[in-house]
Design a protein around this ligand. Sequence first.
Ligand code: ZN
Ligand code: ZN
Length: 442
Amino acid sequence: MLKRYAKLVISFMCMAVLCGCGGGNSQGTEDGLVAEQAVITEAEQNAAQEPGRREITEEKDGETEILVDETEQEVMAAGTSEENTIQKDEADNGVTGTLQVHFIDVGQGDSILVSQGEHHMLIDAGENDCGTKVQAYLTSQKVEHLDYIVGTHPDSDHIGGLDVVIYKFDCDRILLSSYQKDTRTYEDVLMAIREKNKQPEYPQAGEEFSLGEASVQVLAPKAGADYKEESNDYSIALKITYGENAFLFTGDCEEEAENDMLSSGLDLTADVMKAGHHGSNSSNTEGFLQAVSPKSVVISCGEANEYGHPRAEVLNNLRSMGVSVYRTDEQGTIVANSDGKEITWNTSPSDTWQAGEPKGSGADHEEVTDTTDTAEVQVEEEAVGAAIQNTQDYILNTNTKKFHYPYCSSVNQMSEKNKQLINDTSENIQAMGYEPCKKCNP
Ligand SMILES: [Zn+2]
Ligand SMILES: [Zn+2]
């Protein structure tokens, strides 16, 4: 009886694929043989997503008979797992709208808007001076409310502009990396979150949630991962699946985090991948690229950036894999549009294959990359902090002689006649006899 059940499930699978609802490779025109291969591919993918069912994958190349000859438990497991696949595919193919992914040009940094109907997610917001640019872009896209704001990791080229976005937009959930950093930029983000009475969440690999009709899976960071002080490796990595299409965003994850994703058993395949760490060669390792096997890669980096992103060896690997490459440094903001089957772009792929050139000593690529990711980032962060202080807006209370950041809650309670906007350094304002607010600590 169980044998017949398993056979029924498998025939149903074949029918489903022949009817064109099997997803993936089936376009409805293949003959029976190809359709059967498609079934096996589906089962294989399914098993890969579910580590507990690996033993069944081992039998994948066998015919129907082999599955039927397995123990009762295995047959049950195979039946259940395949039924799940069918249900999942029906749901996936049932998407009715579109998914737009906007790789916003923020120079050297990341900022990605993912929109599915009225549901929006922002992943990072570029450097400190990009907050208003990202805000303007979201407004131009009629975004008023964000379902999710994601700060992949606490480096300033990712979370710098996030405080502005958090202040300016209503938001349901704020996701941050579990790794915290003792910088002014990071503090600004935490303060914005507090001001909006929100609690950040720290997602871990394996968690899932939805964005309208799209499903979002967290691929990194791995629970309990210890990457020492390598903030990049703690990046939140997300795979967003819409119908038959998938997009992968790994922040600045480098080799170690990529290896952890590879060994996690999670399905990494995606049609579109945002190059890790702006196309650095400390990320985008060959094994990882092979596992993702993207058709297109988007590199978010600044024109003539000092880190030499993207690196030649990454571009070479992508080129030899036949991947279409899109680059914000050459093409500005890049938009991909998925209807659940096909992905269209607002521009043609780049064909320059032009690698970046690291500034400074630059002789040894590895060395430059290493310093970039540790000491130099720290120095850069301080420099950015100093630059921000030079151009910061503050609110003076001409009555109490205190001054605040514009978002400080005390500003709302201040009477209009005592309020004065000033653009100056904190030092200069203090030299004018004003005292910094204890709450927002300007
Ligand atoms: Zn970065
Ligand atoms: Zn980083």
